[in-house]
Write a protein that binds this ligand. Structure first.
Ligand code: CMP
Length: 138
């Protein structure tokens, strides 16, 4: 059965010219792009998107970072799309957790500047897709 996930190329990935690389890996994996858009994130969207991290020591800088430049937001679909993109992304910390061969493992150094976001569960995907793409039918 097919599912959908939200993928973001964060401001560092856009700034470094890695949008094509991220999209290319998504397509090569066999996942399908359902929607794709460049966006400037405002504070309201940033706070809603990262609501679960409210109160953590890095919450403020996380918001500032995601608002610091344009992001590319994508709806990605396929069998086990949530897990499939997380595999492509690699673990949250690009050096300590992400394996070489993953996007973060290949291109990242610091946990805040970890290039991409992918929904972490089917439930998160549903919430995030409603937030980012409210007009997209499920
Ligand atoms: P993301 O998948 O977008 O979800 C939450 C983000 O918080 C995560 O990627 C990291 O970029 C960021 N993050 C997690 N832990 C830390 C940390 N210790 N310091 C700064 N940012 C963090």
């Amino acid at each position: 059965m097919s599912e959908r996930t939200l993928v973001l190329v964060k401001p560092d990935g856009v700034e470094r010219g890695l949008v094509g690389e991220v999209i290319s890996r998504i397509e090569r994996k066999g996942l399908k792009l359902v929607a794709l858009e460049m966006r400037q994130v405002d504070r309201q969207l940033a706070e809603q998107h990262y609501a679960e991290h409210d109160g953590k020591p890095f919450f403020g800088s996380l918001l500032e970072f995601i608002m610091s430049g344009p992001v590319v937001a994508a709806v990605v679909e396929g069998p086990k799309a949530v897990a499939a993109f997380r595999q492509l992304a690699g673990g949250t910390d690009p050096v300590e957790k992400a394996e070489a061969g993953s996007l973060r493992g290949d291109y990242g150094l610091e946990v805040q500047y970890n290039l991409v976001h992918g929904s972490d569960s089917a439930e998160s995907a549903e919430r995030e897709l409603k937030l980012w793409f409210p007009d997209l039918a499920a």
